[in-house]
Design a protein around this ligand. Structure first.
Ligand SMILES: [Zn+2]
Length: 61
């Protein structure tokens, strides 16, 4: 499996002068950041440490 470099800017959303973090902490591990993958219908968070995956369906904006 190929490893792509992590693009941190992808996990941030800037609104005005506010920076909104899109990263999530793993509830199981406590302080481990989860990798975010976004599709048209859902956002999934994956913890590389305990392999937990959380799916979050996007709400209509
Ligand atoms: Zn975890």
């Amino acid at each position: 499996m190929k490893h792509k470099p992590v693009q941190l800017w992808k996990y941030y959303k800037i609104e005005g002068n506010k920076v909104i973090r899109r990263l999530r902490y793993c509830k199981k591990c406590g302080n481990t950041f989860m990798a975010t993958r976004k599709t048209d219908k859902e956002i999934s968070y994956y913890c590389g440490k305990c392999k937990t995956t959380i799916f979050e369906f996007q709400k209509a904006l």
